[in-house]
Design a protein around this ligand. Structure first.
Ligand code: AMP
Length: 183
């Protein structure tokens, strides 16, 4: 797809293992290399900053969306191709989602989990059919995948919920999966 945009949700911290930072940088380069716009939370901290700086350095287009009250805390990155400041967190997620063709979730904390489960529930409700990829580097997302299996096993969701999450093992595999999804 020409001019496709990929929304990346990820941690505002680096995590302990340097593998996470390296994977975020590789993801940024991979998105730029494929000509896909990076849509993300506009922060200059943690994996967020790493993915954006790497995408920019590789000549990629970037759209950052940040709520006013986080501009200082997350170091709003104003040198992006497009930089949007919203009033609320909810608006931030909506603008990011509306401007993307696929969702990718890199390792992150409670914020990334919130963002992941929002797009997953919207998909479960049939509000969209955008693919959702989990960058499962170091098996980071295994507990979440197990939790979803647990929810299904106990009868609180259809089996189809699990298929709405597509784990990929590294940025290269992510690129292959995105090319297939966006073609
Ligand atoms: P974290 O994964 O906790 O490091 O957070 C990653 C990003 O998600 C940060 O930019 C947070 O500001 C953001 N975030 C956390 N909670 C929410 C929320 N409810 N809506 C939108 N963004 C959020």
């Amino acid at each position: 797809m020409a001019h496709a945009a990929v929304c990346v949700f990820c941690g505002a911290r680096d995590g302990h293992d340097p593998t996470y930072l390296a994977a975020a940088e590789e993801t940024g380069r991979m998105l730029a290399g494929n000509g896909w716009e990076l849509v993300y939370g506009a922060g200059d901290v943690g994996l967020m900053g790493a993915v954006a700086r790497a995408a920019q350095a590789a000549g990629g287009r970037t759209l950052g969306v940040i709520p006013e009250h986080l501009v200082d805390r997350e170091g709003g990155k104003r040198d992006l191709t497009r930089y949007v400041v919203t009033e609320t967190m909810h608006e931030r997620k909506k603008v990011m989602f509306m401007n993307s063709h696929a969702i990718v979730v890199l390792p992150g904390g409670a914020g990334s989990l919130d963002e992941l489960f929002e797009v997953l529930t919207w998909r479960q409700l049939g509000l969209h059919d955008k693919p959702i990829f989990l960058l499962n580097i170091n098996d980071y997302w295994e507990p979440v995948l197990r939790l979803v299996d647990h929810v299904i096993g106990h009868g609180f969701a259809d089996d189809s919920l699990r298929g709405m999450l597509q784990p990929v093992k590294d940025p290269q595999a992510l690129g292959t999966a995105l090319r297939a999804a966006l073609s």
